[in-house]
Design a protein around this ligand. Structure first.
Ligand SMILES: Cc1ncc(COP(=O)(O)O)c(C=O)c1O
Length: 449
Protein backbone atom coordinates (compact mmCIF):
# COMPACT_ATOMS: atom_id res chain seq x y z
CA UNK A 1 0.00 0.00 0.00
CA UNK A 2 1.35 3.42 -0.88
CA UNK A 3 1.69 5.90 1.99
CA UNK A 4 -0.94 8.17 0.49
CA UNK A 5 -3.54 5.45 0.45
CA UNK A 6 -5.65 4.54 3.45
CA UNK A 7 -7.14 1.16 4.15
CA UNK A 8 -10.90 1.31 4.61
CA UNK A 9 -10.65 0.76 8.36
CA UNK A 10 -7.90 3.39 8.79
CA UNK A 11 -10.08 5.64 6.67
CA UNK A 12 -13.12 5.13 8.91
CA UNK A 13 -11.00 5.76 11.97
CA UNK A 14 -9.34 8.89 10.62
CA UNK A 15 -12.41 10.38 8.93
CA UNK A 16 -14.01 11.55 12.18
CA UNK A 17 -10.76 12.84 13.71
CA UNK A 18 -9.68 14.37 10.43
CA UNK A 19 -12.94 16.20 10.02
CA UNK A 20 -12.20 18.28 13.11
CA UNK A 21 -8.71 19.15 11.89
CA UNK A 22 -10.08 20.04 8.48
CA UNK A 23 -12.71 22.20 10.12
CA UNK A 24 -10.00 24.29 11.85
CA UNK A 25 -8.04 24.62 8.64
CA UNK A 26 -11.23 25.42 6.81
CA UNK A 27 -12.20 28.23 9.15
CA UNK A 28 -8.82 29.98 8.95
CA UNK A 29 -8.68 29.59 5.17
CA UNK A 30 -12.20 30.89 4.88
CA UNK A 31 -11.35 34.00 6.90
CA UNK A 32 -8.11 34.68 5.06
CA UNK A 33 -9.35 33.97 1.59
CA UNK A 34 -12.87 35.30 1.55
CA UNK A 35 -13.88 36.07 -1.96
CA UNK A 36 -11.96 33.24 -3.60
CA UNK A 37 -15.15 31.17 -3.58
CA UNK A 38 -14.67 29.22 -6.79
CA UNK A 39 -11.06 28.28 -6.26
CA UNK A 40 -10.32 24.80 -4.94
CA UNK A 41 -8.95 24.81 -1.39
CA UNK A 42 -5.76 23.23 -2.76
CA UNK A 43 -5.21 26.52 -4.68
CA UNK A 44 -6.05 28.74 -1.74
CA UNK A 45 -9.86 28.87 -1.94
CA UNK A 46 -12.15 28.32 1.04
CA UNK A 47 -12.94 24.62 1.60
CA UNK A 48 -16.50 23.69 0.74
CA UNK A 49 -17.04 21.71 3.92
CA UNK A 50 -16.48 23.14 7.35
CA UNK A 51 -17.26 21.31 10.57
CA UNK A 52 -17.61 17.64 11.43
CA UNK A 53 -19.19 14.83 9.43
CA UNK A 54 -21.40 12.33 11.24
CA UNK A 55 -19.21 9.91 13.22
CA UNK A 56 -19.42 6.12 13.18
CA UNK A 57 -20.42 3.86 14.91
CA UNK A 58 -23.34 5.61 16.57
CA UNK A 59 -24.54 4.71 20.04
CA UNK A 60 -27.99 5.09 21.56
CA UNK A 61 -28.29 5.04 25.36
CA UNK A 62 -31.76 3.52 24.98
CA UNK A 63 -30.05 0.24 23.99
CA UNK A 64 -28.17 -0.06 27.26
CA UNK A 65 -30.74 -1.64 29.66
CA UNK A 66 -31.23 -4.73 27.48
CA UNK A 67 -27.50 -5.16 26.98
CA UNK A 68 -26.86 -4.88 30.73
CA UNK A 69 -29.66 -7.40 31.34
CA UNK A 70 -27.86 -9.94 29.13
CA UNK A 71 -24.51 -9.23 30.77
CA UNK A 72 -26.01 -9.73 34.25
CA UNK A 73 -27.76 -12.96 33.24
CA UNK A 74 -24.50 -14.85 32.75
CA UNK A 75 -26.12 -16.44 29.66
CA UNK A 76 -23.62 -15.25 27.12
CA UNK A 77 -23.13 -18.18 24.77
CA UNK A 78 -25.73 -19.78 22.46
CA UNK A 79 -23.86 -23.15 22.25
CA UNK A 80 -26.22 -25.88 21.05
CA UNK A 81 -29.21 -23.54 21.44
CA UNK A 82 -31.27 -21.53 18.98
CA UNK A 83 -33.01 -19.28 21.51
CA UNK A 84 -32.06 -16.22 23.57
CA UNK A 85 -30.97 -12.87 22.13
CA UNK A 86 -28.93 -14.46 19.32
CA UNK A 87 -31.92 -16.58 18.30
CA UNK A 88 -34.20 -13.55 18.44
CA UNK A 89 -31.81 -11.55 16.28
CA UNK A 90 -31.57 -14.42 13.81
CA UNK A 91 -35.35 -14.49 13.45
CA UNK A 92 -35.62 -10.73 13.08
CA UNK A 93 -32.78 -10.50 10.54
CA UNK A 94 -34.18 -13.41 8.48
CA UNK A 95 -37.58 -11.69 8.46
CA UNK A 96 -36.06 -8.36 7.46
CA UNK A 97 -34.37 -10.00 4.49
CA UNK A 98 -37.20 -12.36 3.59
CA UNK A 99 -34.72 -15.23 4.14
CA UNK A 100 -35.69 -18.75 5.19
CA UNK A 101 -33.32 -18.61 8.14
CA UNK A 102 -30.26 -16.85 9.48
CA UNK A 103 -27.26 -18.27 11.33
CA UNK A 104 -25.46 -15.60 13.35
CA UNK A 105 -21.67 -15.98 13.42
CA UNK A 106 -18.67 -14.41 15.13
CA UNK A 107 -17.61 -12.37 12.06
CA UNK A 108 -18.15 -11.90 8.35
CA UNK A 109 -15.06 -13.98 7.71
CA UNK A 110 -16.56 -16.77 9.84
CA UNK A 111 -19.78 -16.51 7.83
CA UNK A 112 -17.83 -16.98 4.57
CA UNK A 113 -15.89 -19.92 6.02
CA UNK A 114 -19.15 -21.47 7.19
CA UNK A 115 -21.02 -20.92 3.92
CA UNK A 116 -18.15 -22.30 1.81
CA UNK A 117 -18.05 -25.41 4.01
CA UNK A 118 -21.83 -25.78 3.79
CA UNK A 119 -21.82 -25.75 -0.03
CA UNK A 120 -19.04 -28.35 0.00
CA UNK A 121 -15.85 -26.46 -0.86
CA UNK A 122 -12.94 -28.77 -0.05
CA UNK A 123 -9.15 -28.77 -0.23
CA UNK A 124 -7.96 -28.76 -3.84
CA UNK A 125 -11.12 -27.11 -5.20
CA UNK A 126 -11.25 -23.81 -7.08
CA UNK A 127 -13.64 -21.00 -6.26
CA UNK A 128 -14.27 -18.11 -8.64
CA UNK A 129 -14.27 -14.83 -6.73
CA UNK A 130 -14.53 -11.15 -7.36
CA UNK A 131 -11.08 -9.49 -7.05
CA UNK A 132 -12.41 -6.05 -6.05
CA UNK A 133 -13.20 -6.81 -2.42
CA UNK A 134 -11.90 -6.86 1.12
CA UNK A 135 -9.10 -9.41 1.53
CA UNK A 136 -11.30 -11.66 3.72
CA UNK A 137 -13.09 -12.92 0.59
CA UNK A 138 -9.79 -14.32 -0.76
CA UNK A 139 -8.66 -15.55 2.66
CA UNK A 140 -11.84 -17.52 3.37
CA UNK A 141 -11.26 -19.55 0.19
CA UNK A 142 -7.57 -20.07 0.98
CA UNK A 143 -8.42 -21.20 4.53
CA UNK A 144 -10.34 -24.10 2.97
CA UNK A 145 -7.17 -24.91 1.01
CA UNK A 146 -8.98 -23.98 -2.17
CA UNK A 147 -7.75 -21.63 -4.90
CA UNK A 148 -9.50 -18.24 -5.26
CA UNK A 149 -9.68 -17.77 -9.04
CA UNK A 150 -10.37 -14.16 -10.01
CA UNK A 151 -12.94 -13.18 -12.57
CA UNK A 152 -12.67 -9.63 -13.87
CA UNK A 153 -14.38 -6.50 -12.53
CA UNK A 154 -16.75 -4.54 -14.77
CA UNK A 155 -15.58 -0.89 -14.59
CA UNK A 156 -19.16 0.28 -15.09
CA UNK A 157 -20.51 -1.55 -12.02
CA UNK A 158 -17.35 -2.23 -9.89
CA UNK A 159 -18.72 -5.76 -9.36
CA UNK A 160 -17.83 -9.09 -10.97
CA UNK A 161 -18.28 -9.12 -14.75
CA UNK A 162 -20.47 -12.19 -15.42
CA UNK A 163 -19.03 -12.41 -18.95
CA UNK A 164 -15.60 -13.12 -17.46
CA UNK A 165 -16.66 -16.09 -15.31
CA UNK A 166 -17.20 -18.99 -17.70
CA UNK A 167 -13.70 -19.01 -19.21
CA UNK A 168 -12.28 -19.44 -15.70
CA UNK A 169 -14.26 -22.57 -14.83
CA UNK A 170 -12.17 -25.76 -14.65
CA UNK A 171 -13.02 -29.29 -13.58
CA UNK A 172 -11.99 -28.30 -10.06
CA UNK A 173 -14.33 -25.32 -9.78
CA UNK A 174 -16.89 -25.81 -7.03
CA UNK A 175 -18.41 -22.39 -6.32
CA UNK A 176 -18.66 -18.74 -7.33
CA UNK A 177 -18.42 -15.94 -4.75
CA UNK A 178 -19.73 -12.66 -6.18
CA UNK A 179 -19.33 -9.65 -3.86
CA UNK A 180 -21.99 -6.94 -3.58
CA UNK A 181 -19.20 -4.47 -3.03
CA UNK A 182 -19.95 -1.19 -1.25
CA UNK A 183 -23.53 -2.42 -1.01
CA UNK A 184 -24.09 -2.51 -4.80
CA UNK A 185 -25.86 -5.68 -5.96
CA UNK A 186 -24.10 -7.84 -8.56
CA UNK A 187 -25.93 -8.97 -11.67
CA UNK A 188 -26.87 -12.17 -9.87
CA UNK A 189 -29.28 -13.63 -12.45
CA UNK A 190 -26.46 -13.92 -14.96
CA UNK A 191 -24.17 -15.47 -12.32
CA UNK A 192 -26.79 -17.98 -11.15
CA UNK A 193 -27.42 -19.02 -14.77
CA UNK A 194 -23.73 -19.81 -15.28
CA UNK A 195 -23.61 -21.67 -11.97
CA UNK A 196 -26.65 -23.73 -12.88
CA UNK A 197 -25.19 -24.66 -16.27
CA UNK A 198 -21.96 -25.91 -14.64
CA UNK A 199 -23.49 -27.31 -11.45
CA UNK A 200 -21.69 -24.82 -9.16
CA UNK A 201 -22.77 -23.29 -5.87
CA UNK A 202 -23.07 -19.50 -5.48
CA UNK A 203 -22.23 -17.83 -2.16
CA UNK A 204 -23.02 -14.11 -2.05
CA UNK A 205 -20.48 -12.04 -0.15
CA UNK A 206 -23.04 -9.54 1.14
CA UNK A 207 -20.77 -8.39 3.97
CA UNK A 208 -21.33 -4.77 2.84
CA UNK A 209 -24.87 -5.17 1.53
CA UNK A 210 -27.42 -5.23 4.38
CA UNK A 211 -30.84 -4.46 2.79
CA UNK A 212 -29.47 -4.04 -0.74
CA UNK A 213 -32.05 -5.19 -3.29
CA UNK A 214 -32.02 -6.90 -6.66
CA UNK A 215 -35.29 -7.19 -8.57
CA UNK A 216 -37.32 -6.81 -5.40
CA UNK A 217 -35.38 -9.35 -3.34
CA UNK A 218 -32.71 -8.69 -0.73
CA UNK A 219 -29.06 -9.54 -1.17
CA UNK A 220 -28.28 -12.61 0.93
CA UNK A 221 -31.37 -14.42 -0.41
CA UNK A 222 -30.42 -14.43 -4.09
CA UNK A 223 -28.21 -17.52 -4.37
CA UNK A 224 -27.34 -20.64 -2.34
CA UNK A 225 -26.14 -18.79 0.75
CA UNK A 226 -25.35 -15.17 1.65
CA UNK A 227 -22.79 -13.81 4.12
CA UNK A 228 -22.91 -10.63 6.21
CA UNK A 229 -20.52 -8.76 8.49
CA UNK A 230 -21.46 -6.71 11.55
CA UNK A 231 -17.92 -5.49 12.22
CA UNK A 232 -17.46 -2.04 13.78
CA UNK A 233 -17.44 -0.05 10.52
CA UNK A 234 -20.58 -1.74 9.15
CA UNK A 235 -24.09 -0.28 8.85
CA UNK A 236 -25.29 -2.54 11.67
CA UNK A 237 -22.29 -3.09 13.94
CA UNK A 238 -21.64 -5.14 17.07
CA UNK A 239 -17.86 -4.77 17.19
CA UNK A 240 -17.48 -8.14 15.47
CA UNK A 241 -20.18 -10.43 14.13
CA UNK A 242 -21.66 -11.91 11.00
CA UNK A 243 -24.47 -14.02 9.58
CA UNK A 244 -25.21 -16.67 6.98
CA UNK A 245 -28.60 -16.38 5.29
CA UNK A 246 -30.38 -18.05 2.40
CA UNK A 247 -33.47 -19.81 1.15
CA UNK A 248 -32.44 -23.47 1.46
CA UNK A 249 -33.19 -24.97 4.87
CA UNK A 250 -30.88 -27.85 4.14
CA UNK A 251 -27.87 -25.62 3.42
CA UNK A 252 -28.71 -23.40 6.39
CA UNK A 253 -28.85 -26.44 8.68
CA UNK A 254 -25.44 -27.47 7.39
CA UNK A 255 -24.19 -23.94 8.10
CA UNK A 256 -25.68 -23.99 11.61
CA UNK A 257 -24.03 -27.29 12.33
CA UNK A 258 -20.64 -26.17 10.97
CA UNK A 259 -20.60 -22.91 13.00
CA UNK A 260 -21.51 -24.84 16.19
CA UNK A 261 -18.58 -27.30 16.32
CA UNK A 262 -20.29 -29.61 13.81
CA UNK A 263 -23.23 -30.48 16.14
CA UNK A 264 -25.99 -32.36 14.31
CA UNK A 265 -28.79 -29.95 13.47
CA UNK A 266 -32.19 -30.23 11.75
CA UNK A 267 -31.82 -31.86 8.35
CA UNK A 268 -28.06 -32.16 8.87
CA UNK A 269 -27.49 -35.09 11.19
CA UNK A 270 -24.14 -36.20 9.73
CA UNK A 271 -22.89 -39.72 10.50
CA UNK A 272 -23.03 -39.37 14.31
CA UNK A 273 -23.56 -36.51 16.77
CA UNK A 274 -20.86 -34.40 15.17
CA UNK A 275 -19.53 -33.75 11.70
CA UNK A 276 -16.68 -31.43 10.68
CA UNK A 277 -17.20 -27.95 12.05
CA UNK A 278 -15.72 -25.12 14.10
CA UNK A 279 -16.87 -22.69 16.74
CA UNK A 280 -18.00 -19.51 14.96
CA UNK A 281 -20.90 -18.71 17.29
CA UNK A 282 -22.01 -15.17 18.08
CA UNK A 283 -22.38 -14.17 21.76
CA UNK A 284 -25.73 -13.12 23.24
CA UNK A 285 -24.52 -9.60 24.04
CA UNK A 286 -23.67 -9.11 20.36
CA UNK A 287 -27.11 -10.50 19.49
CA UNK A 288 -28.90 -8.02 21.73
CA UNK A 289 -26.85 -5.12 20.34
CA UNK A 290 -27.80 -6.07 16.80
CA UNK A 291 -31.46 -6.72 17.53
CA UNK A 292 -31.86 -3.18 18.76
CA UNK A 293 -30.26 -1.61 15.70
CA UNK A 294 -32.59 -3.05 13.09
CA UNK A 295 -34.89 -0.01 13.07
CA UNK A 296 -31.90 2.31 12.81
CA UNK A 297 -30.46 0.28 9.93
CA UNK A 298 -33.70 0.68 7.98
CA UNK A 299 -33.97 4.42 8.64
CA UNK A 300 -30.26 5.10 7.93
CA UNK A 301 -30.47 3.11 4.70
CA UNK A 302 -33.26 5.33 3.38
CA UNK A 303 -31.29 8.47 4.27
CA UNK A 304 -28.12 7.19 2.61
CA UNK A 305 -30.11 6.28 -0.48
CA UNK A 306 -31.72 9.70 -0.76
CA UNK A 307 -28.36 11.46 -0.34
CA UNK A 308 -26.63 9.04 -2.72
CA UNK A 309 -29.27 9.81 -5.38
CA UNK A 310 -28.66 13.54 -4.89
CA UNK A 311 -24.89 13.03 -5.11
CA UNK A 312 -25.20 10.90 -8.24
CA UNK A 313 -27.39 13.48 -9.97
CA UNK A 314 -24.84 16.22 -9.18
CA UNK A 315 -21.76 14.19 -10.14
CA UNK A 316 -23.28 13.19 -13.48
CA UNK A 317 -23.04 16.83 -14.53
CA UNK A 318 -19.26 16.94 -14.05
CA UNK A 319 -17.09 16.02 -17.06
CA UNK A 320 -14.85 13.02 -16.44
CA UNK A 321 -16.80 11.63 -13.47
CA UNK A 322 -18.35 8.19 -13.95
CA UNK A 323 -20.99 7.21 -11.44
CA UNK A 324 -21.66 3.49 -11.09
CA UNK A 325 -24.27 1.59 -13.07
CA UNK A 326 -26.49 -0.64 -10.94
CA UNK A 327 -28.25 -3.70 -12.38
CA UNK A 328 -31.76 -2.94 -13.58
CA UNK A 329 -34.38 -2.73 -10.83
CA UNK A 330 -31.88 -2.87 -7.99
CA UNK A 331 -31.13 -0.65 -4.98
CA UNK A 332 -27.72 -0.17 -3.38
CA UNK A 333 -27.07 0.66 0.27
CA UNK A 334 -23.75 2.52 -0.22
CA UNK A 335 -21.33 1.18 2.35
CA UNK A 336 -18.91 3.37 0.50
CA UNK A 337 -20.10 5.73 -2.21
CA UNK A 338 -17.68 5.11 -5.06
CA UNK A 339 -17.24 6.74 -8.45
CA UNK A 340 -14.49 6.68 -11.05
CA UNK A 341 -12.79 9.67 -12.55
CA UNK A 342 -11.18 9.84 -15.98
CA UNK A 343 -7.71 11.41 -15.59
CA UNK A 344 -7.86 12.62 -19.22
CA UNK A 345 -10.69 14.99 -18.30
CA UNK A 346 -8.60 16.21 -15.35
CA UNK A 347 -5.42 17.14 -17.29
CA UNK A 348 -3.87 13.79 -16.31
CA UNK A 349 -4.28 14.41 -12.56
CA UNK A 350 -3.15 11.41 -10.52
CA UNK A 351 -5.65 9.82 -8.19
CA UNK A 352 -3.50 10.69 -5.19
CA UNK A 353 -3.64 14.37 -6.19
CA UNK A 354 -7.37 14.12 -6.80
CA UNK A 355 -7.87 12.64 -3.33
CA UNK A 356 -5.64 15.25 -1.70
CA UNK A 357 -7.53 18.05 -3.40
CA UNK A 358 -10.83 16.59 -2.21
CA UNK A 359 -9.48 16.17 1.32
CA UNK A 360 -8.44 19.83 1.31
CA UNK A 361 -12.09 20.69 0.61
CA UNK A 362 -12.97 19.00 3.91
CA UNK A 363 -14.26 15.86 2.16
CA UNK A 364 -12.49 12.71 3.43
CA UNK A 365 -12.09 10.04 0.74
CA UNK A 366 -10.09 6.93 -0.06
CA UNK A 367 -9.02 5.09 -3.19
CA UNK A 368 -10.87 1.84 -2.49
CA UNK A 369 -9.14 -1.51 -3.06
CA UNK A 370 -5.83 -2.00 -4.83
CA UNK A 371 -4.71 -4.93 -7.00
CA UNK A 372 -4.29 -7.06 -3.89
CA UNK A 373 -3.41 -10.24 -5.80
CA UNK A 374 0.05 -8.74 -6.30
CA UNK A 375 0.54 -8.04 -2.59
CA UNK A 376 2.13 -11.38 -1.68
CA UNK A 377 -0.73 -13.26 0.00
CA UNK A 378 -1.40 -15.44 -3.04
CA UNK A 379 2.29 -16.00 -3.73
CA UNK A 380 2.69 -17.18 -0.16
CA UNK A 381 -0.28 -19.54 -0.58
CA UNK A 382 0.72 -21.07 -3.92
CA UNK A 383 4.34 -21.50 -2.79
CA UNK A 384 3.24 -23.28 0.39
CA UNK A 385 3.81 -27.00 0.88
CA UNK A 386 0.07 -27.62 1.15
CA UNK A 387 -0.95 -25.89 -2.07
CA UNK A 388 1.96 -27.47 -3.95
CA UNK A 389 0.71 -30.87 -2.88
CA UNK A 390 -2.88 -30.08 -3.77
CA UNK A 391 -2.41 -28.45 -7.21
CA UNK A 392 -0.23 -29.41 -10.20
CA UNK A 393 2.72 -27.02 -10.76
CA UNK A 394 1.49 -26.00 -14.22
CA UNK A 395 -1.91 -25.04 -12.80
CA UNK A 396 -0.31 -22.80 -10.16
CA UNK A 397 1.95 -21.20 -12.79
CA UNK A 398 -0.98 -20.45 -15.10
CA UNK A 399 -2.96 -19.20 -12.10
CA UNK A 400 -0.26 -16.68 -11.16
CA UNK A 401 0.04 -15.49 -14.78
CA UNK A 402 -3.72 -15.04 -15.10
CA UNK A 403 -3.70 -11.99 -12.78
CA UNK A 404 -2.46 -9.96 -15.76
CA UNK A 405 -5.74 -10.62 -17.55
CA UNK A 406 -7.72 -8.60 -15.00
CA UNK A 407 -7.73 -5.41 -17.07
CA UNK A 408 -11.13 -4.22 -15.88
CA UNK A 409 -10.11 -4.64 -12.27
CA UNK A 410 -6.83 -2.81 -12.87
CA UNK A 411 -8.75 0.13 -14.32
CA UNK A 412 -11.14 0.14 -11.37
CA UNK A 413 -8.31 -0.03 -8.81
CA UNK A 414 -6.54 2.92 -10.45
CA UNK A 415 -9.45 5.28 -10.96
CA UNK A 416 -11.94 4.77 -8.12
CA UNK A 417 -12.55 7.34 -5.41
CA UNK A 418 -14.70 6.34 -2.44
CA UNK A 419 -16.53 8.27 0.25
CA UNK A 420 -17.32 6.63 3.59
CA UNK A 421 -20.99 5.85 4.29
CA UNK A 422 -21.44 8.22 7.22
CA UNK A 423 -20.96 11.20 4.86
CA UNK A 424 -24.27 10.12 3.34
CA UNK A 425 -25.92 10.65 6.71
CA UNK A 426 -25.15 14.36 6.43
CA UNK A 427 -27.50 17.17 5.39
CA UNK A 428 -28.39 17.86 1.75
CA UNK A 429 -26.16 20.96 1.74
CA UNK A 430 -23.21 18.74 2.74
CA UNK A 431 -23.90 16.52 -0.25
CA UNK A 432 -24.13 19.57 -2.51
CA UNK A 433 -20.77 20.63 -1.06
CA UNK A 434 -19.16 17.37 -2.19
CA UNK A 435 -20.46 17.96 -5.74
CA UNK A 436 -19.18 21.53 -5.66
CA UNK A 437 -15.75 20.41 -4.44
CA UNK A 438 -15.36 17.97 -7.32
CA UNK A 439 -16.67 20.51 -9.82
CA UNK A 440 -14.00 22.97 -8.68
CA UNK A 441 -11.25 20.36 -8.84
CA UNK A 442 -12.26 19.48 -12.38
CA UNK A 443 -12.57 23.10 -13.48
CA UNK A 444 -9.12 23.97 -12.07
CA UNK A 445 -7.44 20.65 -12.80
CA UNK A 446 -4.86 22.26 -15.12
CA UNK A 447 -3.45 24.17 -12.12
CA UNK A 448 -3.69 21.22 -9.75
CA UNK A 449 -1.69 18.56 -11.65
C1 LIG B 1 -16.67 -7.67 1.31
C2 LIG B 1 -16.28 -8.20 2.67
N1 LIG B 1 -16.14 -9.52 2.82
C3 LIG B 1 -15.81 -10.04 4.01
C4 LIG B 1 -15.59 -9.26 5.12
C5 LIG B 1 -15.18 -9.88 6.39
O1 LIG B 1 -15.97 -9.51 7.48
P1 LIG B 1 -15.35 -9.42 8.95
O2 LIG B 1 -14.43 -8.26 9.01
O3 LIG B 1 -16.57 -9.23 9.80
O4 LIG B 1 -14.68 -10.71 9.22
C6 LIG B 1 -15.74 -7.88 5.01
C7 LIG B 1 -15.54 -7.00 6.15
O5 LIG B 1 -14.86 -6.03 6.17
C8 LIG B 1 -16.07 -7.33 3.74
O6 LIG B 1 -16.21 -6.02 3.58
Amino acid sequence: MKNDELTRRQFVHTAAAGATAWAGLAASNAALLAGATDKPAALGGAPVHQGDWPGWPQWDEAWEPKIVEVLRSGQWSPAGDTGGPVGEFEKAYAELLGAKDCVATSSGTASLLTALAAVGVEAGDEVIVSPFTFIATYNAVLAHHALPVFADTDPATLTIDPASIESRITERTRAIVPVHIYGMPCDIDAINAIAKKHNLAVVEDACQAWLAEYKGRKCGTLADLGCFSFQNSKHIPSGEGGAVTGMSQELLDRARSYHDCGRAFGTHQGQGNFSRGLNYRMTHYQGVMLQQQIGKLTADTERRRANADRLTAGLREIPGIHTVRLPENSRAVWHLYAFRYNPEEFHGMSRVKFQRALNREGVPCSGGYSEQYYDGLLDEAINSRGFQRLFPADRLKAYRESFQELKGNQQVCNTTVALFQSLLLGAERDIDGIVEAIRRIQAHSASLV
